[in-house]
Write a protein of this length. Structure first.
Length: 202
């Protein structure tokens, strides 16, 4: 860890003294790498991760056609994943504590701010499940159906399908029946009309 702060200073000095150097893009990239290497674990503040993101964005603005641009994009995603993981872990802690509103604040943050992160997947699942735990069936169904639309092949998908089969009948999506064997339901004027099919789970 000790060499990374020294490396950061060295790369900053190189870019300051030789801004037109053919190695300026490499210096900017390595500056961001050295800053990110100093970042703390997700259990702590992420000041260095934010700083690394700023340096990577500078690179993409200044050197969009650089041959190391793909590496920069990869490192940028790694930085974003780390921020997303921190928010998800906080949300998951609130989820375990059954503080559903607080959990949803963090899950929504992950989904909205880091949609390309792998952590948006469990965040979206637990968002839907948090509504189910509160017996808010309509919100639970909507969010879990979105999960299946976005991640049909994910390892969590079979569990989500089972959960939907359980809770769809409890939601307003389930039609009101006149009797268990009837194919008709009453409309607003108390007239019988064909009963719509229940939403199906893939």
């Amino acid at each position: 860890m000790k060499e990374y702060p020294i490396a950061s200073v060295t790369y900053r000095r190189l870019m300051r003294d030789f801004p037109q150097s053919p190695f300026a893009d490499d210096a900017q990239y390595n500056l961001a790498r050295s800053v990110f290497a100093q970042s703390s674990s997700v259990a702590h503040t992420q000041d260095k991760t934010f700083e690394a993101i700023r340096e990577l964005q500078v690179f993409l603005d200044e050197y969009p056609d650089s041959e190391v641009a793909p590496d920069v994009q990869h490192l940028l995603q790694e930085c974003l994943d780390k921020l997303a993981e921190k928010d998800y872990q906080i949300g998951h802690l609130y989820f375990k504590l059954q503080d559903w509103n607080a959990a949803r604040v963090y899950f929504t943050e992950v989904i909205d701010e880091f949609p390309t992160s792998q952590w948006s997947i469990p965040a979206r699942y637990e968002l839907g499940e948090s509504f189910a735990r509160e017996e808010n069936w309509d919100e639970a169904v909507m969010n879990l159906q979105v999960f299946l639309e976005l991640y049909p092949g994910h390892e969590l998908a079979p569990m989500v399908k089972d959960r939907l089969r359980e809770i769809v009948p409890k939601s307003s999506s389930a039609p009101e029946k006149t009797d268990p064997g009837s194919r008709f339901t009453k409309d607003g004027n108390n007239r019988l009309s064909p009963q719509p099919l229940e939403p199906t789970v893939p």
